[in-house]
Ligand binder design. Structure first.
Ligand code: GLC
Length: 542
């Protein structure tokens, strides 16, 4: 890890604090719980942690509805706990990044409450997108945009005199009013938030909906509202991926030119610290070449690679995505990121449907140049959990009337100890029910099994950290081989082979190598002949 631009090849572990570990028995994870897990995290071989929001919030969208971005919600602890977390993380030689949510505030934020109490046209309303409705009496929304969570993106408010009044824009839940980034007050408030946490020692930010801050002309309808809905659905299976990509190119509130001005000004703040701070964009856009624009030298440092994350288990698709990523980001001098899942997606184990594939996917991305992101529980090989509808909390479920089950299945609290209630996550009732058969995924059981998913991840990450052949940004060289196999080499004699097919394959390769790590015990190497079972992968060291 290069100390000044540490993120370029870092392994960053995403913590969803509500589900990581609960220290006070209220059934929800908290900051003290994260602190108690730091030794475990350090043992994984990661370089940094990223925490999803724990700020003051009515928690309508898992804390991505922020009512005060410069304080900690009591459910998670106190500001003192946050300071302690930063200190404890640094003490273990790890970096720490937080989540910033600039597209919207919670409707509980003082600004929005003031806007509701103020008249149309007031300075209070000008921090958000308040518009008069269309049609007689303004009963129609100002335009036909849909919310990412389903349903219309507009809600009508009652004015102080009780009459139906203006409409406000919310690209997500009704409780998440969008901020008006053309208003300089908004920009300066976020600058204050950045500095607030940076001054407390935070090393960087993950930027939520980084592509959403600037909007096209609001008075114009989108010509294809149904297409808009299909493009925006979280449920990857719900929309054909090729169609989604085409539709994503034409969304009037995503990836507009105005966002870059924001990141250019943020970069100046990042660079005013010594060592400089970093930013990683959550920008769900297409074509991928547009991503590179977020990581130009005077903007952010990284962007999540959703194109790769959404690729199917298909060697051509994966290779195309890898090649394109490295070429497009290389043009602007940015480091790539590789991510298999997060708190908004299906877990990789479930998505790929099989343990060996999930391990092979890790072998693949842990060997690519750039940074990697790991979502809590990924290292345990956790699948998504099935949940009864009554337990669901994601607004996506409610706003689509259950058509989209939402993201709770990947947010179930982690299993720590097989024999304890709530698998040691909490002494209380977990906020989402944990599946009955998760003993085998618990940290303590996996710790004690040398063949476990956890110990596989630990090996992979620790090798990645200590072996110059992995990590770093040296190039990859593709090697021509059988169909269905991804085969590339990296400097220092590392050969990476992943069998992205349902057939076991026998390959002749150069002699002299040895197996550094394999995703399956039946991967065998004898005198230049490699047996690579279906879906397995291997690192060979020459
Ligand atoms: C991002 C977050 C997601 C949240 C949404 C609205 O996509 O990752 O969890 O619901 O933004 O803030």
């Amino acid at each position: 890890m290069n100390s000044l631009s540490w993120w370029r090849d870092a392994a960053i572990y995403q913590i969803y604090p509500r589900s990581f570990r609960d220290s006070n028995g209220d059934g929800e994870g908290d900051i003290a719980g994260v602190i108690s897990g730091l030794d475990y995290l350090a043992s994984l071989g990661i370089d940094a942690i990223w925490l999803s929001p724990f700020y003051t919030s009515p928690n309508r969208d898992g804390g991505y509805d922020v009512a005060n971005p410069r304080d900690v919600d009591p459910r998670f602890g106190t500001l003192e706990d946050a300071k302690d977390l930063i200190a404890q993380t640094h003490k273990r030689g790890l970096k720490i990044i937080f989540d910033i949510v600039p597209n919207h505030f919670s409707s509980d934020h003082l600004w929005f409450q003031a806007a509701l109490r103020s008249a149309p046209g007031s300075a209070e309303r000008a921090r958000f997108h308040f518009y008069d409705g269309k049609g007689p009496d303004g009963q129609l929304p100002p335009n036909n945009w849909n919310s990412v969570f389903g349903g219309p993106a507009w809600t009508r408010v009652k004015e102080q005199d009780g009459s139906l009044g203006q409409w406000y824009l919310h690209l997500f839940d009704t409780s998440q009013p969008d901020l008006n980034w053309e208003n300089p007050e908004v920009a300066s408030d976020f600058e204050e938030t950045l500095r607030f946490w940076f001054d407390l020692g935070v090393d960087g930010f993950r930027i939520d909906v980084a592509h959403g801050l600037a909007k096209d002309e609001i008075n114009v309808n989108h010509r294809d509202p149904e297409g808009l809905t299909r493009a925006l659905r979280f449920d990857a299976a719900a929309t054909d991926q090729a169609e989604r990509k085409a539709l994503l190119q034409d969304i009037p509130f995503f990836d507009r030119e105005g966002v870059h001005q924001v990141y250019r000004s943020w970069r100046k703040i990042f660079d005013s610290y010594d060592p400089p701070k970093m930013g990683v964009a959550e920008a769900f856009i297409n074509p991928t070449s547009r991503i590179a624009r977020y990581v130009r030298p005077d903007e952010l440092h990284q962007a999540f690679n959703f194109d790769f994350m959404m690729s199917n288990w298909n060697s051509d698709e994966m290779k195309t995505s890898i090649t394109r990523t490295l070429a497009e980001l290389g043009e602007v001098g940015a480091a790539a990121t590789w991510v298999l899942n997060n708190h908004d997606s299906s877990r990789v184990r479930t998505k790929l449907g099989d343990e060996t594939r999930a391990k092979s996917a890790a072998l693949l991305i842990h060997a690519l140049p750039g940074g990697i992101y790991i979502y809590q529980g990924e290292e345990l090989g956790l699948p998504d959990g099935d949940l009864p509808d009554e337990a669901r909390q994601d607004p996506v479920f409610f706003r689509t009337a259950g058509a989209d089950k939402g993201r709770d299945g990947c947010r179930i609290p982690l299993p720590w100890e097989a024999e304890k209630d709530a698998y040691g996550f909490s002494t209380g009732k977990p906020w989402l029910p944990q599946p009955k058969n998760w003993q085998k995924f618990s940290v303590d059981q996996e710790e004690n099994d040398s063949e476990s998913f956890l110990n596989f991840y630990r090996k992979s990450l620790n090798i990645r950290k200590s072996n110059p052949a992995l990590g770093g940004e040296s190039p990859i060289t593709w090697v021509a081989t059988s169909p269905g196999i991804l085969y590339f080499t990296r400097p220092f004699g590392l050969h990476v082979l992943i069998n992205v097919s349902e057939n076991s394959q026998t390959l002749d390769i150069s002699e002299g190598g040895s197996i550094l790590l394999a995703s399956h015990s039946n991967v065998q190497l004898h005198a230049g002949t490699l047996e690579l079972p279906a879906n397995s992968g291997v690192w060979l060291q020459y």
